[in-house]
Design a protein around this ligand. Structure first.
Ligand code: FES
Length: 562
């Protein structure tokens, strides 16, 4: 809306040949003249795909959004955008997040849309939608698909991802049978929706809500719950009003909104991936979020959500306990309460009547699960630009640890040797994986939770310090240092680590150091050669040429900042 005039009217309201074409060709879909009578055209960007089970119900969600748009006097037009399915895409869905954001941005910009409802769910689809919408900056509202119902096997609740890693270790340790493992396969993902632990999808949908980019309460409603369709319908109605109010993403995505989102992330024990996505989304809004900001907010924010992988429960329980509104109501003294949201109201107005309904799932602020937030930022000579560690999902005895490095030069090297009986490794060692970062892998896959060698699992070892420039799934856990920056493939110190070097991790003081003298590191650096680029053409080459490092959000350099 510009000066009270709808953007779509530039296409439809004129006389002359071009407007004739715009109207006439759209009429091929069976629309009457009423469609073009100065009513807001609302795009519904749909990341539905049968290649992405987490988003496979979004066509039904789109129907509910359309109903709401029509009720409010708007005209809904649904369109597809690329979908990123975490489970299937190789080398990693992360490699395509920026591509999806470009798809969203350019589809919005090129078409006669006055506002857009963004349908997302699986991990990268939510940040990609927000990145694209922020860059296009027309009124936009996210509707997420909701988490799956809880998994259930022989009376045991299964959490997606988290219990895959757990029971895979149990299988290798000989504590469950192949038959039991196969049986679980049919029990863990039993409905529509995204993973139902506080993995990356649940974290990013919760943070979209904390940013003010969804209606309150949207993130936690299970995909299979009728209220998922009700909030989609309500979002369609609200979207039409947002067009009349000219409430655009950059009015919502302020520094205060991002600080609120970081605070909520720390309180819910969100995925480590959230840090990269928040930095990238903020970059599209022209805001810089230094990693030191995450660490400061982590130190100030109690961890209150008892949800796997950092806790006991699943997203369905989070919903029944009050979801994001209850967390934000509890956090109000620490939040920017006046931050504007998609409702047109402040954060405080949105959540003031929310309450916690189960204090074993959501702990009160004065009796938290942990006095500090879930994720911390480490630094030291091994990660001059920072590294990420999820303290709430790590074994406490490993939070201060010095150990001998066992180095894998690449993921292929890891796969070949980690289970070699002759590998010289014990539980005090530090497993190191190189060349798994944004350029090295490429795409920074979720390889960071390096497998514990079977011979140690059989001895009862369930956690070890592991270090890499990779990410890990938000559903993973353990004493895992991630996002080491600069990555090995661009010559970061990680590239210089050798078997037997001592590595010191101290989470309390946020230190991550390679105990090798500078003279020796300089000698190694002089001999270091960069790996050959993985791609010579196509999107892969564009990615390698322009992807930024983890502390810059891994966005393309030409997409950050307006
Ligand atoms: Fe889509 Fe986990 S695979 S959210």
């Amino acid at each position: 809306m510009k000066n009270g005039k709808l953007r779509s009217q530039t296409w439809f309201a004129r006389t002359g040949r071009d407007s004739f074409v715009h109207r006439a060709w759209l009429k091929a879909e069976g629309f009457s003249d009423a469609v073009f009578e100065n009513r807001p055209v609302i795009g519904i960007a749909n990341s539905w795909s049968e290649l992405n089970n987490c988003n496979s119900h979004l066509r039904q969600v789109a129907e509910a959004v359309k109903r709401g748009v029509l009720m409010a006097g708007g005209m809904p037009l649904e369109f597809p955008v690329i979908s990123l399915g975490e489970a299937l895409m190789k080398p990693t869905a992360m490699m395509f997040r920026n591509l999806m954001s470009m798809d969203v941005e350019e589809c919005i910009r090129a078409n006669p849309l006055d506002g857009v409802v963004l349908l997302s769910g699986c991990d990268k689809t939510t940040p990609a939608m927000i990145m694209g919408a922020a860059s296009a900056d027309i009124p936009a509202l996210v509707v997420t698909g909701g988490p799956m119902l809880r998994g259930m096997w022989r009376g045991i609740e299964l959490g997606s991802g988290t219990d895959v890693w757990k029971y895979w270790d149990e299988l290798r340790a000989g504590r469950i049978t192949e038959e039991e493992w196969c049986e679980m396969e049919s029990c863990i993902s039993r409905s529509h929706g995204h993973c139902m632990v506080m993995g990356t999808a649940s974290t990013m949908t919760s943070l979209a809500e904390a940013l003010g980019m969804t209606l309150p309460g949207c993130a936690a409603i299970p995909a299979a719950d009728s209220r998922r369709m009700a909030i989609a319908e309500e979002s369609g109605r609200r979207m039409v009003q947002m067009v009349h109010e000219d409430l655009r993403p950059l009015k919502i995505l302020t520094r205060e909104a991002f600080e609120n989102a970081i605070r909520v992330d720390m309180a819910i024990g969100g995925s480590t991936n959230a840090i990269i996505h928040l930095v990238a989304m903020a970059g599209r809004a022209g805001l810089d979020l230094p990693l030191s900001l995450f660490d400061r907010i982590s130190r100030e924010t109690p961890f209150v959500a008892n949800i796997r992988p950092s806790g006991k429960y699943l997203m369905e329980d989070f919903f029944y306990a009050g979801g994001v509104p209850a967390v934000m109501q509890e956090l109000l003294p620490l939040l920017h309460r006046g931050a504007l949201t998609a409702t047109g109201k402040s954060v405080e107005e949105n959540v003031k009547s929310a309450r916690i309904h189960n204090t074993d799932v959501l702990f009160p602020l004065d009796r938290p699960l942990h006095p500090q937030g879930g994720t911390v930022i480490l630094s030291g000579n091994l990660a001059p630009n920072g590294a990420v560690f999820k303290q709430t999902a790590a074994s406490p005895h490993l939070l201060k640890h010095t150990g001998r490095a066992v180095v894998f030069e690449s993921y292929d090297d890891l796969r070949e040797r980690f289970d070699d009986p002759s590998l010289d490794v014990d539980e005090r060692c530090v497993l190191v994986l190189k060349n798994a970062g944004p350029k090295g892998a490429p795409g920074m896959p979720e390889w960071g939770q390096l497998p514990i060698p079977t011979k140690l699992l059989k001895k009862g070892v369930r956690d070890m310090v592991r270090i890499s420039d990779a990410r890990m799934s938000g559903t993973s856990y353990g004493a895992v240092v991630l996002h080491v920056d600069p990555e090995a493939a661009v010559g970061g110190t990680l590239a210089l680590v050798q078997d037997g070097d001592l590595i010191e991790l101290d989470v309390e003081t946020r230190k991550l150091n390679l105990q090798v003298p500078d003279e020796e590191l300089n000698r190694r650096r002089a001999r270091w050669e960069p790996p050959k680029p993985y791609y010579a053409r196509g999107y892969g080459k564009l990615f390698l040429d322009h992807v930024t490092q983890a502390h810059e959000g891994c966005d393309f350099d030409f997409l950050r900042f307006r």
